[in-house]
Design a protein around this ligand. Structure first.
Ligand SMILES: Cc1cc2nc3c(=O)[nH]c(=O)nc-3n(C[C@H](O)[C@H](O)[C@H](O)COP(=O)(O)OP(=O)(O)OC[C@H]3O[C@@H](n4cnc5c(N)ncnc54)[C@H](O)[C@@H]3O)c2cc1C
Length: 407
């Protein structure tokens, strides 16, 4: 049974991967949830067609999606596990190899099309009675008061709730409407993405080559194809987009030092300018920001949405806990608990990505030697590698309950 009036416990604006996950978690716990999404997501596509937007999903996010009931729908639509990772730099002196078997894990994560995750979460949202979906519309106006927040849709319809959750992505209008400032770091790089076929098998391995212009990643996305993310200068990226397919394949094979052999086929390409952003606060009057609305990071370690899923899990946990204790879910003290738990973790990851990108883009001879020495040493220290793998798998630090197996 859908809610019959316009009063809800929570309104979520934006139902991409993160917003839809929050909606499922809160509604499963019994809250009345309204979801406002400007686009109707794609739900069906030919099995062999691979979208350009993919994400490396770590174990913590997999666990969350499983606990929300969406993982089986994701697997049914198609996932590609990767069991190893190889990272090297432009001098090919240092090389670091991560193997999931070394920490007793079956894999290091899965490469999944973003639309696969969204479609499975939407299936789940539609199966939950207390979620009301408002699609192909957006928010005209919001008004936060002492006991609730009201949202006016484009149609003029008004919704009321105790809390508004902004999951509307890196250019969040909800964040801007609330006057929350954002710190921005421009990498002066763009990421070119494409789906390619390589002459040699990818061996269920994620490959990352650090070039002086930025990192180039080959992520196995099907049994025979890789999704590439080539971060480089904006000018170079523009050139790569303009090239015909044959020239692009040749440039890509050369940039990857042919670790996977020749590139035999490429899809059309897309480009994303790279900046990192961090909201100065994640909370406002009856407002919480999650996912890219709160933080956007460099894609080099494939952690962006994994951090967003951790936000989602923690926010669900904090709100459900407040509800069980009969505390107002939109109160500052409840929201502050969420912000305190998540902002530090996200900031450390964001700054690490900026530092790693800066370190590898630095061609000063001394820095190069130190970097290569560091990679070589790091490759030989098993506990350090195990630590990095657990962090990357989302198994380190304060893991929200929903990102752990349910017993
Ligand atoms: C090249 C590239 C590679 C990446 N690779 C990885 C990776 O391997 N692993 C990883 O973890 N992350 C990766 N990321 C990051 C990841 O894509 C983002 O972190 C993730 O998409 C953020 O999800 P989100 O739900 O917070 O926001 P979004 O995906 O941006 O979703 C926001 C939703 O809100 C809706 N919306 C926006 N405004 C409104 C409005 N006003 N009203 C209603 N609806 C609205 C949008 O339509 C959308 O559905 C990568 C990013 C890039 C650019």
């Amino acid at each position: 049974m859908k809610t019959s009036n316009n009063r809800h416990d929570v309104i979520i604006v934006g139902a991409g991967m993160v917003g839809a996950a929050v909606a499922c978690g809160l509604a499963e716990a019994g809250l009345e949830v309204a979801v406002i999404e400007q686009h109707e997501p794609q739900r069906e596509w030919p099995a062999e067609e691979i979208d350009l937007r993919v994400s490396a999903i770590n174990r913590g996010s997999q666990q969350l999606l499983d606990n929300l009931g969406a993982w089986s729908g994701i697997v049914r639509r198609g996932v590609q596990p990767y069991r190893e990772m190889r990272v090297w730099d432009n001098l090919d002196m240092g090389d670091i190899h991560f193997d999931s078997a070394a920490i007793g894990e079956a894999d290091l994560g899965h490469i999944i099309q973003n639309r696969t995750i969204v479609a499975a979460l939407w299936d789940q949202m539609e199966s939950i009675a207390n979620i009301r979906l408002y699609t192909s519309t957006t928010v005209e106006k919001t008004l936060a008061g002492s006991s609730d927040i009201s949202v006016t849709l484009e149609s003029g319809e008004q919704l009321h709730a105790q809390l508004l959750i902004a999951a509307d992505g890196s250019n969040s209008q909800m964040r801007d409407k609330a006057g929350i400032a954002v710190n921005i770091h421009d990498f002066h790089q763009s990421a070119v993405v494409a789906t390619v076929t390589t002459a040699n098998a990818h061996q269920e391995t994620a490959w990352q080559h650090f070039l002086s212009t930025g990192p180039l990643a080959f992520l196995p996305v099907s049994s025979t194809q890789c999704s590439i993310v080539w971060s480089t200068t904006a000018e170079h990226a523009a050139g790569l987009i303009e090239m015909d397919d044959a020239d692009f394949c040749e440039a890509l094979a050369e940039a990857s030092q042919q670790r996977l052999g020749e590139i035999t086929e490429t899809s059309a390409r897309a480009v994303y300018p790279l900046v990192s952003k961090h909201a100065e606060t994640y909370i406002g009057n009856r407002l919480a920001l999650v996912g890219d609305a709160a933080h956007q990071i460099h894609p080099l370690a494939g952690q962006g949405v994994n951090l967003g899923f951790r936000d989602a899990a923690l926010l669900i946990e904090v709100i459900v806990d407040a509800r069980q204790r009969n505390r107002p879910i939109g109160s500052h003290s409840v929201l502050r608990r969420y912000e305190r738990s998540r902002r530090g973790d996200n900031l450390v990851t964001q700054k690490s990505m900026e530092a790693i990108n800066g370190l590898f883009s630095n061609d000063t001879p001394g820095v190069r030697q130190l970097r290569n020495l560091g990679l070589t040493i790091a490759d030989r220290i098993a506990p350090a590698k195990a630590f990095f793998m657990r962090q990357a798998l989302g198994m380190g630090g304060e893991v929200p309950k929903l990102c752990k197996p349910r017993w």
